[in-house]
Design a protein around this ligand. Structure first.
Ligand code: SF4
Length: 310
């Protein structure tokens, strides 16, 4: 079956990247809140990936278009400034090691000015690689893993079928660090529902402290129609937090976590209120901002629901 190019889903910080699909879907397609739920993993043939890299190089070096190459390649290529590449899709680190190496070598060969290549990676994808393999990928400029931690609460992780538990997530983070690969993680406010909010927040603060990532981001749970969690909510078996309850979780997470040096933000469009800054350096300022909003309880200070996005 021909490989179908996935739509572009990427971390906000990859906005300057060339988006190169090497997979489609996600190998761990069980997370009950995620749009990738039930998706079929497809691996793109290495030859086809190389063909796209060749076409991109021809276009960037000589302005030549090939009619056999999808327009998207040129649309993304036109805006691309040549320094960063983001490998699609949901967990591109699942791509077989020798082939992944092949992609990275080819990219480096055709675009020697590339500074960093990034990918989404599940904890199991990282654990599946031995440390020498990870170091080899790093040598080939795979410089950042984006990982959804979602929660530090094992009950929540189990319920949402994350496919990894607390200790596996911590171990994966340790391994990435040992290989010198930067780690950018996200957690989801509200994933424990109303009943589990305290435990979810405190355990999430604990896992963030243990993983000690370079970048951390909070998202707010947004239910996706067609996913099991959406259906649970419809049946009244899962309760969503109110906007201020979600911010209370964020406050608890920031207050109870401890980082060496982490850029933390809640700038993502799913959030009701944005904070950003370096932790621990700006912890006090961030907590003051959050506590001020929580004290005032003024809805006009929050992003309205119709402007929130996934
Ligand atoms: S591992 Fe990530 S991309 Fe895959 S289903 Fe879970 S949340 Fe979605």
């Amino acid at each position: 079956m021909a490989f179908e190019r996935p739509s572009i889903i990427r971390p906000p910080s990859e906005w300057k990247s060339y988006y190169l699909p090497i997979t489609r879907g996600c190998s761990n397609n069980t997370c009950s809140f995620c749009g990738y739920y039930g998706s079929k993993l497809r691996l793109r043939p290495l030859d086809e990936v190389k063909e796209e890299i060749d076409a991109l190089a021809l276009y960037k070096n000589s302005g030549i278009f090939l009619s056999s190459i999808p327009r998207t390649v040129y649309e993304i290529g036109k805006m691309w400034y040549g320094k960063r590449v983001f490998l699609q899709d949901g967990d591109a680190l699942i791509y077989p090691f020798s082939k992944l190496k092949g992609v990275l070598e080819y990219l480096n060969d055709k675009f020697p000015d590339i500074e960093r290549i990034g990918t989404y990676a599940t904890p199991k994808d990282i654990l599946r690689r031995d440390i020498d393999e990870l170091k080899e990928l790093k040598r080939l400029k795979l410089g950042i893993f984006y990982q959804g931690i979602e929660s530090g609460d094992d009950d929540v992780l189990r319920k949402v079928k994350k496919g990894a538990d607390y200790s596996q997530i911590v171990e994966a983070g340790r391994k990435a660090k040992e290989a010198g690969i930067a780690l950018s993680v996200t957690v989801i406010l509200g994933l424990g529902g109303v009943e589990g909010t305290h435990r979810h927040a405190l355990e999430t603060a604990r896992i963030l402290t243990e993983v000690d990532p370079d970048y951390g981001g909070a998202l707010t749970l947004t239910l996706v129609p067609g996913t099991p969690l959406y259906d649970e909510w419809k049946r009244g078996e899962f309760s969503l937090l109110s906007p201020f309850e979600a911010l209370e979780e964020l406050e608890m997470i920031i207050a109870n976590s401890s980082f060496s040096n982490c850029f933390f933000s809640s700038m993502h469009a799913s959030n009701y209120f944005s904070i950003r800054g370096m932790l621990p350096k700006e912890k006090r300022r961030i907590l003051e901002e959050l506590r001020d909003v929580l004290t005032r309880r003024d809805l006009s200070l929050l992003r309205p629901d119709h402007l929130r996005g996934l």
